[in-house]
Design a protein around this ligand. Structure first.
Ligand code: NAD
Ligand code: UGA
Length: 463
């Protein structure tokens, strides 16, 4: 079957950029991205393409090129389902906050709702693609819903997990290391796989399109994230040892990364990994392992999360201890709130947890992030429910320029590795601060020697 009409349910960080790239690379396919969130769809349709809801370098340009031609954003979910030959499900699958598996299992309610809606609306055979990250064997549940409540039409379910990283989404989508497609081993399953392979083959070399059975594909996504996060926790564990031994974690990372079996990427020590997926996907893996009674497997992976929580906590603890064991009433400036550079996404950002700890110590936090609003910052803190929203509001203030944010501060903490932070006039910042002026670089971003020469009391991770 040749795909002519694609629907994607979920216009988020994955659905939006992925469909924009498919539309650009496949001019013969009509792509419609639908979402229940009216404000989000309105933003995707904003006349000014700079106002689309997701900040990703290069994304506005692509959306500007194809929107209204073969890329459409809509809230009319039923119509898009009805018209499509192939439907991507790209809705959120957060960690459950209630009931069995609370705090660990993936919440699949949005996925199930999509399946039920597809089953209700579909009048002809369709290929359903799991784009969201899901527990292994979810396709079984989807199939059961689709086959039992449908109108007798045939559904093929594929797993096609997304490996893009935020901040480099467009680049990752245009030249992915691999595209993974899992499907049934039946002739119909193989036919469905072929139809999706043909879509990607418009721009991805065939040897990078990997096909497997459904379960390997679903599980590989969780495993890829677990391995990536494990590297960050491994190097962060070593960073603490470096601080005790006068070794330097950047030098150690370089030395081990030159071993081609280890490799140089993903070995940057930091204040801890954030983002919407690493923690949730590892917890999901831990939960699945426990469900099969594999307690040692579960404990092994859970340690990656334990290490990450420790890394965030020890960063805030170090700030308090270095500032003479009290930050009460002191102005501490955060540069960065997003979970990494080049994104406006703040989900699970280490900054949220460091701020929460420091507010518990009665610090006054000033904040500058080039892409994150005060509303978002407050909503992130309120979500933790550590204290009342009014209290959070009293303790944290966003500024729209870094120099005002740093004025009269006791200390600066770098929480996100935005490139522009390197270029600031650090002498000017130093002159405006209280002395001694402290910098805690949670991203090993700044030139420590230069800052020390200016007079800063400089602290980085792992040295
Ligand atoms: P997101 O929260 O940004 O977007 C999901 C969207 O789905 C939301 O806009 C929500 O309103 C919409 N939605 C939920 N239920 C719906 C329904 N029934 N009908 C229509 N719309 C509905 O999430 P995201 O970051 O794009 O992640 C989506 C999935 O992709 C997750 O499973 C995630 O684990 C996975 N993933 C994310 C990334 C990433 O970098 N963010 C990368 C790879 C995989
Ligand atoms: C990650 C994976 O890299 C993607 O392949 C995957 O598709 C995605 O999760 C997902 O499933 O959501 P993302 O979370 O967007 O992508 O960003 P990463 O670049 O992986 O960074 C995650 C966190 O780790 C960030 O807070 C980052 O600062 C931190 N990190 C990363 C380090 O502290 N050190 C490193 O060396 C690398």
């Amino acid at each position: 079957m040749k795909i002519k009409n694609i629907c994607c349910i979920g216009a988020g960080y994955v659905g939006g950029p992925t469909m924009a790239v498919i539309a650009q690379k496949c001019p013969g396919i009509k792509v419609t991205v639908v979402d229940l969130n009216e404000a989000r769809i309105a933003a995707w349709n904003d006349k000014d393409v700079n106002n689309i809801p997701i900040y990703e370098p290069g994304l506005n340009e692509i959306v500007g090129n194809v929107r209204g031609k073969n890329l459409f954003f809509s809230t009319d979910v039923d119509k898009a389902i009805d018209e499509a030959d192939l439907i991507f499900i790209s809705v959120n699958t957060p960690t459950k906050t209630y009931g069995t598996g609370k705090g660990m299992a993936a919440d699949l309610k949005h996925i199930e709702l999509c399946a039920r809606q597809i089953a209700k609306v579909a009048k002809n055979n369709k290929v359903i693609v799991e784009k969201s990250t899901l527990p292994v064997r979810t396709a079984e549940a989807l199939k059961s819903i689709l086959d039992n409540t449908g109108n007798g039409v045939q559904f093929q379910i594929l797993s096609n997990p997304e490996f893009l990283a935020e901040g480099t989404a467009v680049e990752d989508l245009l030249s992915p290391d691999r595209v993974l497609i899992g499907g049934e081993t039946t002739p119909e399953g193989q036919e469905a796989i072929k139809s999706l392979v043909e879509v990607y083959a418009n721009w991805v070399p065939r040897e990078r399109i990997l096909t497997t059975n459904v379960w390997s594909s679903e599980l590989s996504k969780l495993v890829a994230n677990a391995f990536l996060a494990q590297r960050v926790s491994s190097i962060n564990a070593i960073s603490e040892l470096c601080e005790k031994t006068e070794a330097n974690v950047s030098e150690v990372a370089r030395a081990i990364g030159m071993d081609s079996r280890i490799g140089p990427k993903f070995l940057k020590a930091s204040v801890g990994f954030g983002g919407s997926c690493f923690q949730k996907d590892i917890l999901n893996l831990v939960y699945i392992s426990k469900a099969f009674g594999l307690n040692e497997v579960a404990d092994y992976w859970e340690q990656v999360i334990i290490m990450n929580d420790h890394q965030k906590r020890r960063f805030s603890k170090n700030i308090v201890q270095t500032l003479y064991n009290t930050v009460s009433g002191k102005k501490i400036t955060f540069l960065g709130w997003a979970f990494k550079k080049d994104t406006n996404d703040t989900r699970e950002s280490a900054a949220i947890y460091v701020a929460d700890d420091l507010i518990n110590e009665q610090a006054k936090i000033a904040l500058f992030d080039p892409k994150v609003s005060q509303t978002q910052v407050l909503s992130d803190l309120d979500y933790l429910a550590t204290r009342k929203p009014a209290e959070n509001e009293k303790h944290i203030t966003s500024y729209d320029n870094p120099y005002d944010a740093c004025k009269n501060a006791h200390a600066i903490a770098i929480l996100t590795e935005w490139d522009e932070f390197r270029e600031y006039d650090w002498q000017r910042i130093y002159d405006g601060m209280l002395k001694p002026a402290f910098v805690f670089d949670g991203r090993n971003l700044l030139d420590g020697e230069k800052l020390k020469a200016i007079g800063f009391n400089f602290h980085s991770i792992g040295s």
